[in-house]
Design a protein around this ligand. Structure first.
Ligand code: NAD
Length: 494
């Protein structure tokens, strides 16, 4: 069985002491094992990043940009291969895997514009004979810690901008689907990135804590579940690092009485069950306003019947398995408990049968969900859609605003005034108007509010340039020697 290696200073290295199985979720079989890094291995990766830093930060912007132009081409050419890797370890269908690569490419394209992005500011004659300018310099060695659900896109959210800004990186991807990161590191190398600028270590809490405690790591980007995001934020901040830690979600989609119900049902099904609901921007709650509940639930149930669930490598499959057996059991336990919490299980995913033996569960639709229930409060992270019924828009938006999470949200309506009011009032970082999964394009930044993000910086796009650079302001004066004199006063601006 192949052992998936770390990548440190361009070398593939493995830890013999600790390994973990990597499954094919569609068959349930172990297909590889992954090295789980020791403290010493992570320290080696940090040291490699530190060593590569002076040369990389001194590399011209045009040479840095070249790497991203080359990488873009390589990622496009190798998308089928990389999609197959994602599908075999994550389980999502091939077209969905290709979709995440395309969205990750946006971050590479953004980074290739680094000459423009890193431009400083200049003010001439701020005082007589004095000019001021600012520059953006890298923060240093950066840690990127990523979740299982987007093994290509989320690492690219972080590493593209971090590297473009002149930093060097230690990436700690999810140990459940680690191969994509090694593939990406290989592509970066082929694109011309010097060894040591991007290092990959696989592992668990031991690896993460080593990164969080290292004095040489200056910034931490994290995406994952909320309890871990909070932990990362607190520990990294206590160690004086800048940190952005994106957490979980419970995304509400409000359907107004004037919405096109067929369109809303299409959107709800696509956004709830795509990638088996293992998306932080999945719609997990539909809020049916003012009597649309029956018609909407019927339409969603009708569409569910036709969904094809199966091995992600089969082009006919629309939805694959969950990531692990534990994830399947956890998701199904919510469906099992829903009726006792006062809800109506309209479609029960546990009753669907599959030819495959992997970690499959069917899609579930749960109506009349109570807002004090676990099905409503918790992030289930599986193909389970809850429907809550309310009488008015005001009640709907209050639900979104009262929820612990504030990642994405959407409203479906034909009325511009309602949409505008929603945009103004709703407490979430990303809002869709008749768009169920409003993931911002790469030229904007991504991030939620409340317990969906710890830190004040959103990820990728313009905010990433701010996050991955330190600004330096330089005040300049070139006086003639005969103008020099002693002056104990505070410098004035005359
Ligand atoms: P996770 O929190 O279990 O793991 C994320 C990373 O943290 C992994 O690299 C993992 O190895 C590491 N980790 C796990 N336990 C740790 C611990 N005790 N100490 C230190 N590090 C630890 O998340 P996951 O299951 O891989 O991913 C799913 C979660 O990620 C969901 O909650 C989802 O909403 C969230 N997510 C959020 C976004 C977003 O943008 N907000 C995007 C994608 C996924």
């Amino acid at each position: 069985m192949a052992r998936i290696p770390h990548v440190i200073a361009g070398e593939k290295v493995t830890d013999a002491e600790r390994t973990q199985p990597v499954f094919n979720p569609a068959t349930g079989e172990e297909q590889h094992e992954v090295s789980i890094a020791s403290v010493a291995t992570v320290e080696q990766a940090i040291a490699a990043a530190k060593e590569a830093l002076p040369k990389w930060r001194a590399t011209s912007l045009t040479k840095r940009a070249d790497v991203f132009f080359n990488l873009r081409q390589l990622l496009k050419q190798r998308t089928p291969e990389l999609s197959a890797i994602v599908t075999s370890e994550h389980g999502k269908v091939l077209s969905d895997a290709a979709g995440e690569i395309a969205r990750g490419l946006e971050n590479v394209e953004f980074a290739s514009g680094l000459l423009h992005l890193l431009k400083g500011e200049r003010d001439e004659q701020v005082s007589t004979g004095i000019d001021v300018h600012s520059v953006k310099q890298p923060v240093g060695v950066v840690a990127a810690i990523t979740p299982f659900n987007f093994p290509v896109m989320v690492p690219l959210w972080m590493i593209a901008s971090a590297i473009a800004c002149g930093n060097t990186v230690v990436l700690k991807p999810s140990e459940r689907d680690p191969s994509a990161s090694v593939f990406i590191a290989d592509l970066f190398r082929e694109a011309g990135l010097p060894d040591g600028v991007l290092n990959v270590v696989h592992g668990d809490k031991v690896a993460v804590d080593t990164l969080l405690d290292s004095r040489d790591v200056k910034a931490v980007s994290f995406v994952g579940s909320t309890p871990i995001a909070k932990y990362i934020y607190e520990r990294a901040a206590a160690n004086g690092k800048r940190v952005q830690a994106l957490g979980g979600a419970k995304n509400h989609m409000i359907v107004m009485p004037d919405a096109d119900l067929d369109g809303a049902a299409d959107a709800a099904v696509s956004a709830a069950y795509g990638s088996a609901g293992e998306r932080c921007m999945a719609v997990s709650v539909v809020v049916a306003v003012g009597g649309v509940g029956d018609g909407l639930v019927q339409r969603i149930a009708d569409r569910i019947k036709d969904l094809r669930i199966g091995d992600g490598t089969d082009p006919a499959s629309e939805m694959g398995p969950l990531i692990t057996r534990e994830a399947k059991e956890r998701v199904e336990s919510y469906v099992a408990g829903a009726a006792d919490e006062g809800a109506t299980v309209v479609v029960d995913g546990r009753e669907q049968e599959f030819a495959e033996t992997g970690f499959f569960t069917g899609v579930s639709l749960i109506d009349h969900v109570q807002t004090d229930s676990k099905v409503y409060r918790d992030e289930i992270f599986g193909p389970v859609l809850a429907v809550v019924r309310v009488d008015s828009y005001e009640e709907g938006v209050q639900l979104v605003n009262d929820h612990q999470f504030g990642n994405g949200t959407a409203i479906f309506t034909r009325d511009g005034a309602t949409a505008r009011r929603f945009e103004f009032e709703v407490e979430a970082g990303m809002v869709g108007i008749n768009v169920p999964i409003p993931v911002p394009v790469g030229s904007f930044s991504f991030g939620g509010w409340k317990d969906s993000l710890f830190g004040d910086s959103h990820i990728y796009g313009p905010e990433s340039i701010h996050f991955y650079t330190r600004s330096k302001v330089i005040t300049t004066r070139w006086p003639k020697p005969d103008q020099s004199r002693v002056d104990l006063g505070f410098p004035s601006n005359d």
